[in-house]
Design a binder for this molecule. Structure first.
Ligand code: SF4
Length: 390
């Protein structure tokens, strides 16, 4: 991204106030139009996931073509992942909840990559034992959103390397140093693990085609900050004989303290709600969360609040307003001043506490089979298509 932009978005750095429309232009992606939403709704059996309906997923690459192929009898698979640098918070789950919805509506196999190697390379303070432990715990949380275990497969990088490596080797030969340097902003002090990592992140995009011996389209729902990884993937896909993956890009969730992204990097644990936070902690964190409210009750009643900058509103928008009518009511009452921030938070707190309690119960059920979904070896006879150009 040009240095003159006031915000920076790469897979390793997100800085400044993001202008999402401008970011889409800079990345050269397509807007999710009302016509595309209509197609998604129709093919999903008449429903639209709230993250689509409310514009959290707002950008894409080649999804219209993917849907046409799907309708023509070519099913796709889903791919998403997690870099295990710590416990998951509520925002991390959104992407997986969305994938689970897509899996159910489109009967799609799901591939989840746990990138314990990448997080070890990226975070100076993390040991391999920690990234492995977080990876296993994160996996249990991810599966607890309700993926169908019969159609869900996991790549846990340090355990799945035998399955991923043959594809990564083919990819690595076609991606040169100047490309990764330009795309990811690597410097002379970047370790060589990260230079290679984009090959490993690419491998699951091609795995079902490789393992099954026939091209299978891939759909990747991800934060728009991850788009650069998959630009590299898309650039080399066809030269290796694989379909270019399609992407659905989401905006990023603001943190509770008004940080632009719900991140816990550094000593800011109050910026996010962790899946293990007990009810009292949820109450404490949400009571101090940053809002778009006015300085006084009188002013808010008179002028209304500003939901666009409010972390509480973002939570209603993404998960906790269960219907579009409820979300429209929050939006309307917030802007008009009919709703005060204390009351708004009070209602949300109860919902978040209930959500976390249910999530923890589901987690214990998937724990017993989670590691059995890890793919350790490719199927016998898996063979890459003939690459174009040797
Ligand atoms: S009323 Fe609710 S949504 Fe509106 S600014 Fe206050 S906390 Fe945010």
């Amino acid at each position: 991204m040009p240095a003159k932009e006031e915000f920076v978005v790469t897979p390793y750095q997100v800085k400044g106030k993001i202008d999402y429309a401008r970011l889409r232009e800079l990345f050269g992606t397509e807007e999710i139009t009302p016509a595309l939403l209509t197609e998604l709704r129709r093919l999903a059996g008449g429903e639209l996931h709230p993250l689509l309906a409310r514009g959290v997923y707002y950008s894409h690459r080649d999804v219209a073509a993917l849907l046409r192929q799907y309708e023509g009898g070519h099913p796709f698979f889903l791919y998403s992942g997690r870099g295990p640098s710590g416990p998951l918070h509520t925002s991390h789950l959104l992407q997986f909840e969305f994938c689970q919805w897509l899996q159910a509506k489109f009967h799609a196999p799901m591939y989840i990559q746990i990138t314990d190697d990448e997080k070890f390379w990226v975070r100076a303070g993390l040991t391999r034992a920690e990234t492995e432990r977080y990876g296993l715990e994160n996996l249990v949380d991810i599966l607890a959103v309700g993926f169908d275990p019969k159609r869900t497969h996991v790549f846990f990088d340090t355990r799945s390397i035998a399955a991923l490596y043959p594809i990564a080797v083919d990819v690595a030969k076609r991606v040169n140093y100047s490309t990764v340097k330009a795309v990811f902003g690597f410097t002379p002090s970047t370790n060589i693990g990260l230079l290679f990592y984009t090959a490993l992140q690419t491998a699951p995009c091609f795995y079902p085609s490789w393992a099954g011996g026939a091209p299978v389209p891939c759909l990747i729902p991800c934060g728009i900050d991850q788009d650069p990884h998959f630009r590299v993937t898309r650039d080399i896909a066809e030269t290796l004989g694989y379909p270019k993956p399609a992407l659905l890009h989401s905006q990023m969730m603001p943190g509770l303290l008004g940080e632009r992204v719900m991140s816990t990097t550094g000593d800011v644990a109050d910026n996010a709600l962790f899946l293990d936070d007990p009810p009292k902690e949820v109450d404490r964190k949400l009571r101090k969360a940053f809002t778009g409210g006015r300085a006084t009750v009188e002013e808010q009643r008179r002028l209304g609040a500003t939901p666009e900058i409010c972390s509480v509103y973002a939570m209603w928008r993404t998960r906790f307003a269960e219907t579009d009518e409820k979300f429209a009511q929050i939006d309307r009452d917030c802007r008009s001043g009919a709703l005060l921030c204390g009351d708004c938070k009070g209602e949300l707190i109860g919902r978040v506490q209930g959500f976390l309690e249910q999530h923890r119960a589901k987690r214990e059920k998937v724990r017993e089979y989670a590691t059995s979904l890890i793919v350790e070896r490719p199927p016998p006879g898996a063979k890459a298509p003939e690459p174009r150009g040797g």
